[in-house]
Design a protein around this ligand. Structure first.
Ligand code: C2E
Ligand code: MG
Ligand code: MG
Length: 619
């Protein structure tokens, strides 16, 4: 290399280091060296520059220097060759560098460089991938240093990058050996557990469920013994292929022991899904597997565990839950083996069983809405004296495809908890209103009757509840005065503010309001004056207590009678209609009439009946 080239190259690479001296050197080169001392100095300078140039040539690192004033980067020849370019092909701008950095890392590098330029940091180190001309990315380890002047202003950045692709590959190979099973290429137990621990990073989703299966090949030792280890190995590979065919892409399968596998089922909706997969696997292995000239029948014992991923506690503790579930699945697998092999066993903890039952009911309830499995029964409400029909209470029933008719006590609270009560409740209202209109079209007497519909506090306190009810009335064509909405006293009080605003709207429409199960909740006496209710329904428990009192004469039951009397008085004072619920005997009927109660509902008159039977009662 000629002297001038060496100097240029050094000035380019270390402009600031050199700049300070360069003026003097120029001065030296312009003025002819006269003294022996000057000649000696010049010679030393030449030698030093040559050494630097040679260092640059022999170093395996790519070096760059960024003059911030001129916004010019000088890349060493080695730097350029690291991206497959010749010395002339790379220009003096930062773009040549940044554009080659992998897009995922580019911003980070840019930020670090900016921080260095602005003096926020003095240096940084970073790994990134750099695009080579051959289209492949190479891993680079980069170091950068800010060079400041005497005032502390950053004048330039200098740095180098080392190609660490080979080290990375070796590390990856070592990791692979440590984490994967050589024969089946599946993750081993260690990696499987690590993957479970990282699962909480997965996207949160209310229906995102997990299940863990632990599989053990029954009597696999016999296979090795009988057919030899190489046949055993080939069989294992085939088994893995078959297992994979039963799984989805997001599921993870691992070989956690010689003849043991673990599977993470991830992101399914149906709570039974892990059981379905286990059954599918059993079915898949019901046929012999061909290995060379042999047909080998392999049976599998499967343990299943579903983590206790209950509600929002799920994500707080997901990794522990999953790792614990692997242990539970192994326990269940050993139980399956003890049970006689070739079968599945679910890890059963009390909490899990409860969770399973609840989630199953939720799934069923959702399906019931989709498949319209609900129906309404109607219970007559009569005038006590004449026993004349004055209206019906609509009561929901669930026609479950397997379990038959289910009463509301079994599903209303679950529907409330899950929020499913809203669609169910509006369906009830719409159906009851339509039914009433149908009856009124065929029976004139029905025009003066009402239909009572139960509404939960949750529905009632929904914003726009009043508008929804108004819309249902207008769509079905029911006269609003023929609709009575029943809401229990405790639900009114829990949501009093919201209820009041809906009530106002309903009153303006002319809809009637009933306070259901009166006397069972908090004392709602203080609310009676501010709530425009039309009817009180005395709860069944009072009626039953009152009746037993007459025959047994126990003091507590005497109180019940007194309570009924008080409620009846209260209704008189507030000018409210009164319906006694759950009348089962003539004796109850007589007492209530004596006390001045006007209306009643109960098995004595009729149980809740289907719409068809209700129509005959109307006639
Ligand atoms: P509720 O509104 O107090 O309805 C009266 C309940 O008492 C009905 O039970 C009815 O069958 C029962 N009953 C009536 N007369 C007698 C009797 O003489 N003896 C006895 N032992 N029981 C009698 P059901 O239909 O099982 O409903 C229970 C509760 O479920 C209802 O109590 C109501 O709170 C709720 N419910 C029913 N349908 C709906 C609905 O469509 N929406 C909402 N939100 N809740 C509903
Ligand atoms: Mg009711
Ligand atoms: Mg009631």
């Amino acid at each position: 290399m000629k002297h001038s080239t060496v100097r240029n190259s050094l000035t380019n690479v270390f402009p600031l280091l050199i700049n300070g001296e360069s003026k003097d050197q120029d001065a030296v080169s312009i003025a002819q060296p006269e003294s022996a001392r000057e000649r000696k100095l010049l010679q030393e300078l030449k030698d030093s520059e040559q050494r630097h140039a040679l260092t640059l040539q022999v170093t395996n690192d790519g070096i760059w220097s960024w003059d911030l004033n001129a916004d010019r980067i000088d890349y060493s020849d080695r730097w350029k060759s690291m991206v497959g370019c010749t010395a002339r092909e790379i220009k003096h701008n930062p773009v040549e560098w940044l554009v080659r950095v992998h897009p995922a890392e580019r911003e980070k590098l840019r930020q670090k460089l900016t921080a260095c330029r602005q003096g926020e940091i003095d240096r940084f180190e970073m790994e990134y991938s750099l695009l080579h001309r051959d289209g492949q990315y190479r891993f680079m380890y980069c170091k950068c240093l800010a060079v400041k002047d005497v005032q502390g202003v950053v004048k330039s950045l200098i740095g180098c990058q080392t190609d660490i692709t080979e080290q990375k590959q070796i590390k990856a190979q070592l990791n692979y050996v440590a984490d994967y099973d050589k024969l089946t290429k599946l993750p081993n137990r260690q990696l499987f557990i690590a993957k479970l621990s990282g699962i909480s990073e997965l996207k949160q989703h209310p229906n995102y469920r997990f299940g863990i299966l632990c599989l053990d090949l029954d009597r696999f030792k016999n296979v090795n013994h009988h057919y030899g280890h190489s046949t055993g190995d080939r069989l294992l590979s085939k088994i893995v292929d078959q297992l994979k065919s039963c799984l989805k892409t997001q599921d993870i399968i691992a070989r956690i022991g010689g003849d043991e596998f673990a599977i993470l089922l991830a992101g399914f909706n149906r709570v039974d899904y892990p059981l379905e997969v286990a059954a599918l696997i059993q079915q898949e292995f019901s046929k012999p597997i061909k290995v060379a000239e042999h047909a080998i029948l392999i049976s599998i014992s499967i343990g299943i565990a579903v983590p206790q991923l209950v509600d929002n506690r799920l994500w707080e503790n997901a990794p522990n839950n999953l790792v614990e579930s692997l242990q539970n699945a192994e326990i269940a697998m050993h139980q399956a083996k003890a049970q006689g092999k070739s079968c599945n066993r679910v890890f059963e903890s009390e909490a899990y069983l409860q969770h399973l039952a609840k989630t199953k009911s939720q799934d069923d309830l959702r399906q019931a809405i989709e498949q319209e499995q609900f129906e309404l029964h109607y219970q007559p409400i009569v005038k006590l004296e004449s026993r004349q029909l004055v209206g019906f209470e609509a009561l929901i029933r669930w026609q479950h495809p397997q379990r038959g008719l289910i009463l509301p006590a079994e599903f209303i609270s679950l529907a409330e908890e899950t929020g499913l009560i809203t669609p169910i409740g509006w369906w009830v209202l719409r159906s009851a209103c339509s039914q009433m209109v149908l009856w009124q079209q065929t029976n004139l007497d029905a025009k003066s009757m009402f239909i009572s519909v139960n509404i939960t506090g949750k529905q009632f306190s929904q914003p726009y509840a009043g508008d929804i009810i108004a819309q249902i009335l207008s769509e079905t064509g029911l006269n609003p005065s023929c609709l009575k909405l029943e809401i229990t006293e405790s639900e009114i009080i829990e949501n009093i503010e919201l209820v009041l605003s809906t009530v106002e709207k309903l009153k303006s429409l002319g809809v009637q309001l009933s306070m259901d199960d009166f006397g069972t909740g908090y004392s709602s006496l203080s609310y009676l004056h501010c709530l425009p209710v039309d009817t009180l329904k005395i709860d069944r428990s009072f009626i039953q207590g009152m009746q037993s009192n007459r025959s047994s004469g126990i003091t507590a039951q005497c109180h019940q009678l007194e309570l009924v009397k008080t409620i009846i008085k209260l209704a008189e004072v507030f000018n409210l209609d009164l319906i006694a619920e759950g009348i089962e005997s003539e004796a109850q009927c007589a007492t209530l009439m004596e006390l001045g109660c006007q209306y009643a509902q109960g098995y004595l008159f009729s149980k809740p009946v289907s719409a068809v039977i209700a129509a005959t009662l109307l006639k």
